[in-house]
Design a protein around this ligand. Structure first.
Ligand code: PHE
Length: 334
């Protein structure tokens, strides 16, 4: 190959690469491609003119031009790829960089109280108890009178009850327990009755690690002919077995609630300490008679438990106030 042919190939390459580097937009790149690599472009016409060279130079000149054509078309591919990449990055004019990692949407989860309640309800549903829900704003007669809580009972005191309306004949309050659902259910249906009823309750409390003014309860009620205390114990043992495992000890002790007779409290062993998780007992005949049930024919048991207390035992939560503090550092652990 002659000196001049080789030099002009080098010059051509430099000029081509310089103008490729200057091409920014897709249309400028396309113009460059047509100018250098197109069918009527610089390289094609150079290759065509190889035929005019002396025979001994043709072979080397053609091979050299073909190598140059390959290098230029590789350079073009790279430039085109870079340009389309930066086009994506700039793809919107309003300054949004779509190559930045996306923002993870904040997916919520179930509240630990809700999780615990669902688990407990499932245990009782499996044993044939149906879930029913009732009003949080309740009539005094359901929350107290019909549950055999006499008007002078200390539980009615302003200290415990948050009243909505104390002046009307039918006084209205925020329910202090889910037990009114015993009465509401029995008023509506004849035995056999087997229900569980979850929901929020409110008491005018001084709060501390185990007391909140707002908390959940799950009420249970079973009424039929021949229901006995051993049914109560068998049902609650099964509940404890499923929630706390077969090894956990539970204890029944006498306790007083106006709407049961006899009444018990149920505690769970926690590292040698008894922790009360519910009240229970045989439904008081006065409550049965109050809803028109024949108490010589029907008997029943009832219980009321605190799912937050149970979750505290289950997950070693030291303060009940965490449940309603709305702190994600707590909530996101469940
Ligand atoms: N309602 C009672 C309480 O809030 C618990 C309870 C329910 C006791 C049913 C006996 C039967 O403490």
């Amino acid at each position: 190959m002659s000196e001049s042919a080789s030099a002009s190939t080098q010059e051509l390459e430099r000029a081509a690469l310089d103008s490729l580097a200057a091409a920014e937009s897709e249309s400028e790149l396309e113009e460059w491609r047509i100018e250098y690599l197109g069918r009527r472009g610089v390289l094609s016409s150079r290759l065509r003119s190889v035929g005019a060279l002396p025979v001994e130079e043709r072979r080397e000149a053609g091979a050299s031009l073909n190598r140059l054509k390959n290098r230029l078309s590789n350079a073009f591919d790279e430039a085109a790829e870079r340009a389309s990449g930066s086009a994506d990055r700039r793809s919107t004019d309003d300054g949004i960089d779509i190559t930045l990692p996306g923002r993870r949407p904040n997916l919520g989860g179930l509240h630990p109280s809700e999780m615990m309640m669902r688990e407990i309800l499932e245990v009782f549903n499996d044993m044939g108890f149906q879930t029913v829900e009732g009003p949080i704003v309740e009539l005094e007669k359901y929350n107290f009178d019909m549950l055999n809580v006499p008007p002078d009972h200390p539980a009615r005191d302003l200290q415990d009850t948050l009243w909505i309306d104390r002046e009307s004949k039918d006084r209205v309050l925020l329910r202090t327990q889910t037990s009114p659902m015993q009465v509401r259910t029995m008023e509506k249906q004849r035995p056999p009755v087997r229900i569980v009823s979850p929901g929020l309750c409110f008491r005018h409390e001084a709060t501390d690690a185990t007391h909140e003014w707002q908390f959940h309860q799950i009420e249970g009620l079973a009424v039929d002919e021949g229901v006995t205390m051993s049914d109560l114990k068998g049902t609650l043992y099964e509940f404890a077995r499923r929630i706390f495992g077969t090894q956990r000890k539970i204890r029944f002790r006498c306790d007083y609630f106006p709407f049961v007779e006899p009444g018990v409290d149920v505690s769970v062993d926690w590292d040698g300490r008894w922790v009360e998780i519910m009240g229970a007992g045989m439904v008081h005949p006065k409550v049965l008679e109050g809803v028109g049930y024949d108490s010589s024919k029907y008997t029943g048991f009832a219980f009321g438990m605190g799912p937050e207390r149970i979750a505290m035992l289950r997950y070693n939560i030291e303060d009940i106030r965490h449940f309603f503090s709305n702190d994600l550092r707590f909530l996101s652990q469940f």
